[in-house]
Design a protein around this ligand. Structure first.
Ligand SMILES: Nc1ncnc2c1ncn2[C@@H]1O[C@H](COP(=O)(O)OP(=O)(O)OP(=O)(O)O)[C@@H](O)[C@H]1O
Length: 223
């Protein structure tokens, strides 16, 4: 199985509680998570990323156990070999586009040299239509341009699992279409699994071999 989990998690606030209770197993490469606002999509993806811990259950991605409360396994996010693109990403304001992308490759180095123009990065800049913006800073970019930089930044690490939360929300229709093709082609090139949250049925139709439809923290249907 590529994706295999059984997760229970209760989120409590003063006024109410939200319960996620999800069991899923699939050999698909690309799965979409779909559901109304508040149905638990981001909570699920954060749990898989290791940013939230389930109360009970297990998460196995391919042959790697990310979490298992019985075996007392809980891999740190950085041990999960995944990249997570989320809705409220932020770029480093003091780094150029190219340096922002390079930063993911240069863990621990504060400010990668401007001249370190790796082939991989220039290829990504081209694919995400950012070549002419390589030396610009985030405040000089539009929302859609910043979103593309953030996408390139997660893909440059060549993860085994790619988690995308509304990756194209800031882009116009035509750019969305072009970038879907690029993301899929990079996914195939690096051979990673994909979990995508999107409200856009075109994204879902384009990427997903299976769709998890969530309602109030439960799986209601498989399309
Ligand atoms: N840290 C938290 N503490 C308590 N409740 C939370 C917390 N985070 C999220 N929730 C609640 O859990 C539920 C699911 O939230 P989640 O963000 O997973 O929904 P979503 O399906 O991703 O929604 P959207 O499409 O609006 O992003 C919501 O009712 C939310 O209020």
């Amino acid at each position: 199985m590529n994706f295999n989990w059984n997760i229970q998690k209760t989120l409590l606030t003063d006024q109410r509680s939200f319960q996620l209770n999800l069991e899923y197993a699939s050999s698909c490469q690309s799965v979409a998570i779909f559901g109304s606002s508040g149905s638990g999509k981001t909570t699920l993806i954060k749990i898989i990323a290791g940013l939230l811990m389930p109360d009970t259950g297990f998460i196995k991605i391919q042959d790697c156990i990310f979490f298992d409360n019985i075996q007392k396994i809980n891999l740190k996010p950085q041990q999960r070999n995944l990249a997570y693109f989320f809705q409220f990403y932020s770029l480093f304001p003091h780094l150029t586009v190219q340096q922002n992308i390079a930063f993911s490759l240069k863990k621990g180095i504060f400010n990668p040299s401007k001249n370190q123009y790796k082939t991989e990065i220039s290829e990504l800049l081209e694919r995400f239509e950012l070549s002419n913006l390589a030396y610009h800073y985030p405040h000089e970019l539009s929302g859609g341009q910043q979103q593309r930089v953030a996408l390139a930044r997660v893909l440059v690490t060549k993860p085994k699992l790619l988690l995308l939360d509304e990756p194209f929300s800031m882009l116009d229709h035509q750019l969305r279409q072009r970038l879907r093709v690029e993301v899929k082609s990079i996914q195939q090139q690096i051979g990673c699994l994909l979990l995508i949250i999107s409200h856009d049925s075109e994204d879902i139709n384009f990427f997903a071999e299976d769709v998890l439809l969530l309602e109030n923290g439960k799986l209601v249907n498989k399309a």
